[in-house]
Design a protein around this ligand. Sequence first.
Ligand code: HEC
Ligand code: HEC
Ligand code: HEC
Ligand code: HEC
Ligand code: HEC
Ligand code: HEC
Length: 386
Amino acid sequence: MRENFLGKMYMKKVSFVIFLLAFISCCTFTKTSYSNTSESVITDGHSKEETTRGKRFFMGLLPVNSKSESCVSCHNIVPVDTLNWNPSAMEIALKYSANDFASFEQIVLAPSGKKMSEVHKNFEIESEDLRMVKNYLDGMVHDGYPHEKVNVIWLIGLISLIIVIFWALIELIFLRKIKIKMITVFILLGAFAWLINILYHEAAHLGRQEAYAPLQPIKFSHKVHAGTNQTDCLYCHSTAEYSKSAGIPSANVCINCHIIVREGTNSGKFEINKIHHAVDNNIPIEWTRVHNLPDHVFFSHAQHVGAGKLDCMECHGPVAEMNVLTQHSDLSMGWCLDCHRTKKVQFVENNYYTTFKEFHDQMSTGAIDSVTVEQIGGTDCMKCHY
Ligand code: HEC
Ligand code: HEC
Ligand code: HEC
Ligand code: HEC
Ligand code: HEC
Ligand code: HEC
């Protein structure tokens, strides 16, 4: 009798906890959490209403009968996965946070430049409304992306899932209070599948980073430069032939052309202005590295580009078609070795290999017709590992 009663109590509590946890995970993993309706307190003397009004305006909810496109349709307020040539709301916010309203109004309503005149034409905005938009943007600088808040919730969701899995396991193996085992098994499998799904998507960002493409400080496009305008890779990566590193060009290299080219077809003036800002103020552009071999591996571009005469594309893929530079190969040891085992070295007419007399003799007598990288020692551990 007592046993039965305790069992029922247990069932009730458990179903409540499970329900709660499932509810939390549902809430956290649905993308709607991005909508970020939390209105935080803004400093700088702007009232909450003003900021909220500014936000509504930016989102196109105000004025009610507006004919112009909403600001957010071009200036995204959360980071996006796809390339958006327009400046993000945060970038605009950062650029104008220290400026007064007049300069902001000037640039929005009296656009200079071809692109800007095209996209910002016919804006019917009251000065007062625009002032609130600026308040909203100033607040954004203060608060950061809404995105960051999601991560904490995300973590809670993850922990809830793990708790559910643990409970289901303990229930199945030790407690066995729930009579219909299938229910527990079902919950366990469901939670487990969900967890794997999340971890799988997360893992894609960790460790080896094939297809990795970080956000860069300037929307520099290899497609525009190496593709459309056919600039040679070595014009910018000038050390690739004779040094270990291919190198990233300094802003001064960009200026060679951009002293004249002041506006881009896709991005207008905003991105190119950043180059001028960097050079005028002597601030280096902080590109985020895409490729990263571990420290214990030695790799030299000179060896592959200079001596090996390999094309950049063999390792980096179709760079000239990429707007956003993405890592093409996984840079694993297997990847290096696969090529070294099969790739023939350009032996003839290459001063670099004159020391391999034996191979040269065999080649000239016709005993062999090619030499792979492996044969010149390209699979020795010490060649790649310090
Ligand atoms: C149709 C797309 C579009 C819409 C809608 C739009 N913008 Fe823009 N905006 C752009 C583009 C593109 C640029 C960059 C143009 C350039 O730099 O030449 C830009 C630039 C800006 C800049 C920065 C100018 C600079 O160079 O510093 C501000 C500020 C701005 N927009 C505010 C707004 C506001 C506020 C709204 C809503 C009222 C809005 N935009 C709506 C496309 C748009
Ligand atoms: C106009 C200058 C310019 C030209 C031309 C150019 N690049 Fe780049 N490249 C850059 C800049 C700037 C970066 C850093 C920003 C980025 O990653 O997009 C870069 C980054 C890279 C990277 C990634 C570096 C890293 O962080 O790991 C590779 C690989 C690369 N370029 C290959 C090429 C190849 C191949 C070509 C020729 C098809 C080429 N580049 C042509 C300027 C240039
Ligand atoms: C060899 C000349 C040359 C060099 C060097 C060069 N660019 Fe460009 N860049 C161009 C040309 C040409 C355009 C295309 C303008 C257009 O869209 O009509 C351009 C366009 C751009 C655009 C706008 C793209 C668009 O379509 O809106 C950006 C941003 C840019 N370059 C950044 C850079 C950066 C950063 C560097 C230095 C790492 C650099 N460029 C070096 C010639 C050059
Ligand atoms: C044999 C394969 C291979 C070839 C060919 C190759 N790269 Fe790389 N590249 C790599 C690897 C691997 C890395 C990562 C190096 C590291 O992390 O130390 C890299 C890194 C880079 C970087 C990042 C900065 C640096 O130097 O570490 C740039 C830029 C780059 N390569 C450009 C080029 C260009 C341009 C060419 C053609 C002239 C080229 N690469 C040819 C494999 C190659
Ligand atoms: C697309 C083919 C290819 C890939 C991928 C490649 N290599 Fe090479 N590697 C070559 C060729 C061809 C040579 C011979 C040219 C030479 O010795 O300079 C070479 C030579 C070398 C050498 C000199 C070997 C010797 O005997 O002197 C080292 C070290 C090396 N590669 C390291 C690496 C590492 C590390 C990686 C991976 C991160 C890698 N390679 C990926 C083609 C490749
Ligand atoms: C052609 C270049 C090359 C040669 C030759 C080579 N390695 Fe590596 N090795 C690499 C690269 C690149 C990595 C980094 C792989 C990664 O980051 O996933 C690596 C990683 C490793 C690691 C770390 C484990 C890991 O997966 O990160 C060990 C251990 C290792 N190598 C041992 C060896 C031994 C032993 C040999 C000789 C039989 C050897 N390597 C020969 C390129 C090479």
